[in-house]
Ligand binder design. Sequence first.
Ligand code: HEC
Length: 186
Amino acid sequence: MTTDPREIAEYPYRDQPEKDGIGEEDNKIPLWFSASFAFTIVFAVIYVPWYILSGWSSEGQWAAQVERAEARFADARPAVATENPFRGDAAAIAAGGEVWATTCVACHKPDGSGLVGPSLIDPYWKYGDTDQALYETIDKGRPLGMPPWGPQLGSEKIWQVLAYMETLPRTDQPGLGAPEGWQPGS
Ligand code: HEC
């Protein structure tokens, strides 16, 4: 009994090229394979235009999730006033003056004209002068040397010191201590 396919009379691929006793057979492609191949083409033709036209994106999906989470947990977040509640309140301004004298003057000078930190009485604001922007500056600090005061002062004292800051006589002269890269009006 032989195991060499070329010596078996009924071996159907006797004439095909062969190497080392291994012949190449030429089976019909199974139906399941051709069918799945055809399916991938049909799938692509439907899916690609659908994907493009639907406008779906993972970024959009993320944004929608964030929006839903924001809506759901909005109440749980401590409400930070967007406007200074102490504006013009004499008692609060006095309290703010104390915070100013103990916490801010070392870098911004008692008159606010700036030393290590920039002038706070000129018309130039690097990070904005809306109540919200100022609150954030004091609360979280700024990268070029303004420390975050939120943990130490808490929101009430931050608003008080900002109310006090507003009462400092203003000037249109740019002050000292403008950090590097700072441009009037920027
Ligand atoms: C250790 C020094 C230091 C102390 C103390 C300090 N600051 Fe500052 N402050 C800075 C520096 C430096 C900057 C500039 C930061 C930057 O440009 O990124 C700055 C920036 C600011 C700005 C932003 C100015 C702008 O143009 O947008 C405000 C407002 C401010 N400080 C208010 C305060 C107040 C109020 C206090 C007291 C609670 C205070 N700072 C205490 C150093 C200080």
